[in-house]
Design a protein around this ligand. Structure first.
Ligand code: GDP
Ligand code: IMO
Ligand code: MG
Length: 455
């Protein structure tokens, strides 16, 4: 990481989410004038620990915890106004100044019927495949294991256009009422058919009143954030983008269909913020020292044994958003190398390295074997990837507690070798190593070359 902030940098997950992006963004935010979310919604759960105090951020950018930073929710985010207001309230009650929060007038709104549709579709797909479907059908048609935050249905309406509501609409009562009258009729017909008996139709008037109230509260924060970011750039102010979800969950480049509904790689920054791609000069790919995944879909290195259970317990691998236990596996460098390519990572940040302490042997996937053929190429297809067996390389582990290490040299030799192997395989330098959840528990490898990691 350079000493001076660059004009626009991004923090992006290179696995299946929960890599520790929130911690890194919080750590860097003080150097930036604005921290910008450009994708996803309340499906994200970013934990930040400051002085032993834990904050869970879902819609509000992690930069809110840095007093000099504007926290910007860009147009690419889908915003549940009820959850956002709740989150703002929680932050305020903990003494955080939320006046620096800005929301794009063009961000799309997650409505109550989106959450109902998300839950109904997941329920329908899981019960359909549980009862009577053969194994092939179960694999081909199955629930995604979404967070049920209404993300997919809200993005679908954005693409459908005529049934979408944007944040700017919340402060135009007449437009909102007319739109919601039409939309609720349509949603009730569709949802009634999916849910069947017991479905309680949505009341357009009730939702309109609720949303107008939200609009009133959010009004001072609603702005054209593309112009706001352009103004900051013209003033030479540094900007940090905070990726939500992760590259493996990108709707175009991840393990489709087991992905989220936005471009959650670095490729989503331009469309999700209005900042053109050539302005971003530093992309920090965040990589957990092992793999985790929440929800359905393939995960070639998944562990089903006591090693996986141990890592889950030590790493407190339970979802920030849904509380679900995360699936755990060895580090999959085939996936990470591909993600670094797609997201254009210029450097890596390795997180949760401390969690691996005590494992006598560490394994990393450096290729996949499919039908007897070995390949170093990732397969960005959720169904084809099911057939991939990881080719695992073994490395000696380390037993020392590393949570107090603050320089690369303080790490045990085997931990250094592990970092070095990641750099070598992915071909991108490791500039930051996280050895605990707190801001201070971080090693900055400031030397601008791999030299720092050659032991
Ligand atoms: P995000 O979604 O990428 O921001 O990650 P989450 O916050 O959902 O999950 C990461 C979890 O790991 C959180 O509980 C963090 O507090 C924690 N964490 C982050 N970095 C480290 C680390 O280096 N070591 C340990 N033990 N925990 C970490
Ligand atoms: P952060 O930002 C981990 C996963 C869900 C599910 C799939 C689709 O905290 O890293 P969705 O609700 O988006 O339609 O769910 O994507 N998912 C995440 N997993 N971390 C996240 O965010 C995630 N956001 C979505 O578990 O498998
Ligand atoms: Mg998370």
């Amino acid at each position: 990481m350079g000493q001076n902030p660059v004009h626009a940098a991004a923090v992006v997950g290179l696995q299946w989410g929960d890599e520790g992006k929130g911690k890194l963004v919080d750590l860097l935010a003080g150097k930036y004038r604005a921290v910008v979310r450009y994708n996803g919604g309340a499906n994200a759960g970013h934990s930040v620990v400051v002085g032993g105090e834990r904050y869970s951020l879902h819609l509000v950018p992690s930069g809110i915890l840095s007093p000099s930073c504007e926290a910007v929710i860009g147009n690419g985010v889908v915003v549940d106004p009820l959850r956002l207001l709740e989150e703002i309230q929680t932050l305020k009650s903990r003494g955080v100044d939320t006046k620096r929060l800005v929301i794009s007038d063009r961000a799309h709104v997650v409505m109550p019927y989106h959450k109902a549709e998300d839950a109904a579709r997941e329920e329908l797909l899981s019960t359909t495949t549980e009862s009577g479907a053969d194994d092939t059908t179960k694999k081909v048609i199955s629930a995604i294991g979404t967070t049920k935050r209404g993300i997919g249905p809200a993005y679908a309406d954005k693409i459908n256009r005529s049934t979408a509501i944007r944040i700017g609409d919340l402060v135009r009562a007449d437009v909102l009422r007319t739109k919601l009258d039409m939309i609720c009729g349509l949603k009730n017909a569709i949802l009634g058919a999916i849910v069947g008996e017991g479905f309680e139709p949505f009341d357009a008037e009730e939702i309109t009143t609720q949303m107008i109230e939200c609009g009133k509260e959010l009004a001072p924060m609603i702005k054209d954030t593309a112009y706001l970011l352009d103004d900051l750039r013209k003033e030479g102010q540094p900007i940090l983008f905070e990726g939500a979800n992760a590259t493996m969950l990108d709707v175009d480049h991840g393990t489709y269909p087991f992905v989220t509904s936005s471009n959650s790689s670095a490729l989503g920054i331009g469309p999700g913020s209005g900042v053109p791609p050539q302005c971003i000069d530093q992309i920090i790919g965040v990589v957990k020292a092992y793999s985790t995944r929440v929800g359905g879909g393939p995960m070639p290195t998944e562990l089903f044994d006591s090693i996986g259970d141990g890592i889950r317990e030590r790493g407190r691998e339970f979802g920030t958003t849904t509380g679900r236990p995360r699936r755990v596996g060895w580090l999959d460098l085939v996936a990470v190398k591909y993600s670094a390519m797609v997201s254009g990572a210029t450097e890596l940040c390795i997180t949760l390295l401390d969690v691996l302490a005590g494992e006598p042997e560490l394994k990393i996937a450096t290729a996949y074997s499919i039908d007897g053929n070995t390949s170093e190429r990732f397969i960005p297809d959720g169904h084809a990837l099911e057939h991939a067996e990881p080719v695992l390389e073994s490395m000696p582990g380390f037993s020392e507690d590393i949570t107090a290490a603050r320089t690369f040299d303080e790490l045990p030799t085997n931990a250094k070798a592990y970092i070095h192997r990641i750099e070598e395989f992915v071909g991108v330098p490791v500039r930051t190593i996280s050895v605990g959840p707190d801001r201070e528990q971080t090693i900055m490898c400031d030397t601008p070359s791999h030299a720092v990691c050659t032991n």
